[in-house]
Write a protein that binds this ligand. Structure first.
Ligand code: NAD
Length: 473
């Protein structure tokens, strides 16, 4: 189990490894560096690839049930270490401690949930002449590149998919949030054979090296659309398989028959959980004109109730923005929206160097205003009225993003018919942000490529192989 007082180390071939190069890690609630960790480059990547290559044949040969039982041990260890890991996650990422605990518990649940999915060979032909079977072979080494908003969850989904299907893995967390992943590396080291999983903290250049490495067969990338395009271009050099989980600009369409107070609570949470830094957060709300004012008033009430502060403070409901670059971006979008529209803002965060942005809703914006057209990834969101639902659907779809969306109504049949018209990977009815191990999640349009979770997600780590036998040679 992790030694939380020990220096942070990379995990390569079962060994905890240091490097001369260091990464400074900032606590976003203070803006101060609170820890350092190693920073891997090409030599560490080559060593990790070498270790994974050596571990692969035995790992592949183990079979699904044996691999699932090790994944179950890992999930149990995550649960057991939930509190100290969550504490560290909040210090490096900023989210309230309860949300960090949820992230870790959820990682464990999704992980074991995925190992309940059966991947079976299929007999396609079996007659007097021949026997033809479709089998699924692991690809080899998967490179897993994660962002800073949910570093644990977004590592564990792809990691479980890779390991369960018989692949080895190299995880590279964001340089903004490497620490919890490195401690999880220490847990993984106790459970899995050496080399099966390697954890390399490092900068963006390390991500680029992974995507170009000739001996890595698959890249699972979670992050921005712009970087996702670079990943795909670089992976093309060796025709790596890629799963891309990218950004979103999720619309919530609220019809005239809802319980306004109840829906306002749910929408506020879905828009501002983790201070809005969630790929599938609600990022635009379209409200029917007959309930628009009441919904804005109820949402403004929720905004005022929020308590902005250090995620380790039990009174905090909203933490800081995770890093300076994103803080500057959200401030810019907020200022731009305030110039054009009218803002109802919550109370400010603590003074000092923390990256705090008070939550706010903004009305009076048009479709081309930046807060509506771009992914804000922050706790400031627009509310827009509509009279004709066809118009709301068209506006919701008028974007290059296509991650998810939701429709809210007491009339489930009507809401479902509207949900079907959203050009997204997931369309929810009367909920937002719900995922499960056996339900595929991923983006349409520029929100991604492929799916995570579910059988579809697992197949993305497997190569279909036909074995065709002529019975009488
Ligand atoms: P980012 O694209 O800047 O970075 C993500 C990761 O990619 C980091 O580990 C980074 O070091 C690495 N990286 C940077 N340049 C690279 C390159 N050229 N090649 C390979 N790797 C490289 O994203 P971010 O700012 O960390 O994350 C925020 C974005 O992630 C938002 O757009 C959000 O919507 C998206 N996201 C999507 C999902 C999803 O499931 N669809 C989930 C969470 C976050």
């Amino acid at each position: 189990m992790p030694d939380y007082d020990a220096p942070y180390r990379l995990l390569i071939g079962g060994h905890l490894v240091d490097t001369a190069a260091r990464l400074d890690v900032i606590n976003p609630a203070t803006g101060q560096v609170f820890a350092q960790c190693p920073s891997a480059g090409a030599p560490e990547l080559d060593a990790a690839v070498d270790a994974a290559r050596r571990a692969f044949p035995a790992w592949k040969a183990r079979g699904y049930a044996a691999r699932a039982s090790l994944i179950a041990r890992f999930a149990a260890a995550l649960e057991a270490e939930r509190d100290p890991l969550a504490h560290l996650l909040t210090r490096e990422q900023g989210k309230p401690l309860g949300q960090s605990k949820d992230e870790i518990a959820r990682g464990a649940t999704l992980s074991t949930g995925m190992t309940k999915i059966e991947i079976r060979n299929e007999v396609l032909v079996d007659n007097a002449e021949r026997h033809v079977e479709l089998r699924y072979q692991p690809l080899g080494i998967a490179g897993i590149i994660t962002p800073w908003n949910a570093p644990v969850n977004l590592a564990i989904g792809p990691l479980t998919s890779a390991l369960y299907t018989g692949n080895c893995a190299i995880i590279k967390p964001s340089p903004f949030t490497p620490l919890t992943t490195l401690r999880i590396g220490e847990i993984l080291r106790d459970i899995f054979p050496a080399g099966v999983i390697n954890v390399l903290a490092g900068g963006d250049e390390l991500g680029a090296l992974l995507t170009a490495h000739p001996d890595i067969a698959k890249i699972s990338f979670t992050g921005s659309v712009a970087t996702g395009k670079k990943v795909m271009a670089s992976a093309a050099g060796t025709l790596k398989r890629v799963t891309l989980e990218l950004g979103g600009n999720d619309a919530a369409i609220v019809l005239e028959d809802v319980d306004v107070a109840d829906v306002a609570k749910k929408l506020f949470f879905a828009a501002t959980v983790n201070s809005g830094q969630v790929c599938m957060a609600v990022k635009r709300i379209y409200a029917h004109v007959s309930i628009y004012e009441a919904l804005c008033a109820a949402l403004a009430g929720e905004v005022r109730k929020a308590r902005l502060g250090d995620g380790l403070d039990p009174a905090t409901t909203l933490g800081p923005i995770q890093n300076r670059r994103q803080f500057d971006r959200v401030r810019e979008l907020r200022a731009d929206a305030a110039r054009v529209g009218t803002m109802a803002a919550g109370t400010a965060g603590p003074d000092g160097g923390g990256y705090f942005i008070a939550p706010a809703l903004v009305i009076g914006l048009g479709e081309t205003d930046r807060l509506v057209a771009e992914e804000q990834f922050g706790p400031v969101f627009p509310v827009l009225p509509f009279t004709d639902v066809e118009d709301a659907i068209a506006r919701a779809n008028r974007t290059r993003f296509g991650l998810a969306g939701s429709v809210w109504s007491r009339d489930i049949r009507r809401a479902t018919a509207i949900a079907e018209q959203l050009e997204v990977g997931t369309a929810w009815v009367n909920q937002h942000r719900h995922t499960m191990a056996n339900v595929p999640f991923g983006g349409a349009k520029e929100s991604g490529l492929g799916r995570t979770y579910s059988r579809l997600g697992l197949e993305a780590y497997l190569e279909p192989q036909v074995i065709s036998v002529l019975k009488s040679p």
